[in-house]
Design a protein around this ligand. Structure first.
Ligand code: AHR
Length: 502
């Protein structure tokens, strides 16, 4: 058995954890909306057509914020199409996903769903085909009380009270040539800045997210952030990061090491933000919104078949990745990485929430169930609140195809406001458990340990409608807590939640 150690001390902290790092994302894409959150006629549908079974699974995740309506979709979207009498809403071709959007679910319906699902909306505006005018108008519609054209239109459309949308994304992945209305960094920086000014003049209480790179693998990564922030630094609050990983070659060790890459991506973007702030002599610091992250690769071939069969269809089964056990381990390691960077990552959205690269799957007319990746998100959202501790971890390391010195044990810890401490840990070893010794100095009084483990003997194991509990957390061995020292065995290939309380 390998050996690792961890030191935790109240004085070693990273910072407060912003609960919004447990956010998610619903795009008008595939069956995320239609057949996902919304399916009138479904046995569990409420009076508005929202599936209660899905809402229950979302509520159990406790998702503080949900990004909407895209994604690539938003770069061709007219928000005005999505409000007003439903039978008069326009059906539009969606050039991002080659489907037809009926706008049956729009802004008001989404806000209603957010209330049911106990989440706050994070709304993206279209900076692909549109500009400053619609940016101003949509904030007026959503957030202005009354007495102006758009606020009165909202009232006429049935919402007397403003929606009070706090978080706004200034477009989506504008660095990507696949984006409708793709821009250079200067073009984007200018339009983001001018939109930001107008939006904040309408409602100074909102927070704005500028589009960073759509991946650290973009050729323009780095230069994009430097250039566009030079234009809009003063008027935005966050920079976005997006990253998806895959394992098409079945190399588990390299796949599980991808969170090392994630960490360096985060640190690089934070450094770029600070260098632009420094160059401009600003006291203001920008924080990070990691508003798309996940594993994404299982469904790529299937999507091409769907488009061959049914281009411009409605609610097509797109991006329906069926997640296996090893995907859950990487998702766990990515969450650990966000916690370790809690001083800069203030928002993160698992992309996405239902059916589309999602922790929750549904069958039209049938059940809803939790995929493997649901579990680490649920655990982190439930127990990873409060303060992120700076855990000092000493662990054996390994080398793999893309990385050297990868920790066998990826672990961190948090302290909740009730004083309890939670350790999150992934053992990346395929066959060796790790014996972890934790020095709990300064945490006198912690006397109880509980241990939950997510493990499966088969890295390819999945959950299905018929067998939704195939990959699920179980109670672990718990270890021993004695004189401020915890000794615990972390099984090979496992996600662990170790809770220490008084
Ligand atoms: O989440 C799926 C897609 O991935 C989003 O629409 C886009 O922003 C990203 O490329």
């Amino acid at each position: 058995m390998m050996k690792a150690s961890m030191v935790l001390d109240r004085a070693y902290t990273i910072g407060r954890i912003d609960p919004r790092i447990y956010g998610s994302f619903i795009e008008h894409l595939g069956r995320a909306v239609y057949g996902g959150i919304y399916e009138p006629g479904h046995p569990t549908a409420d009076a508005n057509g929202f599936r209660r079974d899905v809402i229950d699974l979302v509520r159990a995740l406790d998702v503080p914020v949900t990004r909407y309506p895209g994604g690539n979709f938003v770069s061709g979207f007219n928000w005005e199409d999505s409000v007003g009498p439903r039978d008069q809403r326009k059906h539009r071709l969606d050039l991002a996903w080659f489907t037809t959007e009926t706008n049956e679910v729009g802004m008001h319906e989404f806000i209603d769903w957010c209330k049911q699902a106990n989440t706050a909306p994070m709304y993206a505006i279209n900076l692909g085909t549109r500009g400053v005018e619609q940016a101003r108008d949509v904030v007026e519609y959503a957030n202005h009380k009354s007495g102006s054209f758009f606020s009165d239109l909202r009232i006429k459309n049935g919402a007397k009270e403003p929606f009070g949308i706090k978080l706004w994304c200034l477009g989506n992945e504008m660095d990507g040539p696949w984006q409708i209305g793709h821009k250079t960094a200067v073009e984007y920086g200018r339009i983001a800045n001018e939109s930001a000014k107008a939006m904040k003049w309408v409602d100074p209480s909102i927070e704005l997210i500028a589009c960073g790179s759509s991946s650290s693998e973009m050729k323009t990564f780095g230069d994009w952030e430097l250039t566009m922030l030079d234009e809009c630094y003063d008027n935005v609050d966050y920079v976005s990061l997006h990253r998806y990983y895959g394992n098409p070659t079945g190399d588990t060790r390299s796949f599980l090491a991808r969170s090392v890459d994630l960490d360096s991506f985060i640190k690089t973007v934070a450094a770029i933000c600070d260098s632009v702030g420094g160059k401009k002599h600003r006291k203001k610091k920008l924080n990070l919104s990691f508003d798309e992250w996940n594993v994404w690769y299982h469904s790529r071939e299937q999507d091409n078949e769907v488009w061959k069969r049914d281009k411009w269809g409605r609610a097509l089964p797109l991006l329906e990745d069926i997640y296996n056990f090893e995907d859950a381990l990487l998702v766990g390691a990515m969450l650990i990485t966000f916690l370790r960077n809690a001083d800069r990552v203030k928002i993160a959205c698992l992309a996405q929430l239902v059916n589309v690269i999602a922790p929750i799957m549904t069958k039209n007319g049938g059940g809803a169930w939790a995929q493997t990746i649901y579990w680490p998100l649920k655990h982190a959202s439930e127990f990873g609140r409060g303060t992120a501790l700076r855990a000092i971890v000493d662990t054996p390391v390994y080398d793999c195809k893309d990385y050297e010195g990868v920790p066998e044990l990826d672990a961190t810890a948090t302290q909740a406001d009730d004083g309890s401490v939670t350790i999150f840990a992934v053992n990346r070893s395929k066959d060796e458990p790790v014996h972890l010794t934790v020095d709990l100095r300064g945490f006198a009084g912690l006397a109880n340990v509980t241990h939950q483990v997510l493990h499966h003997d088969d890295v390819n194991a999945v959950n299905t409608e018929q067998n939704p509990g195939n990959v699920r957390p179980v109670t672990g061995n718990g270890g021993t807590l004695d004189g401020g020292k915890l000794d615990i065995d972390i099984p090979a290939l496992s996600w662990n939640v170790i809770r220490l309380s008084a």
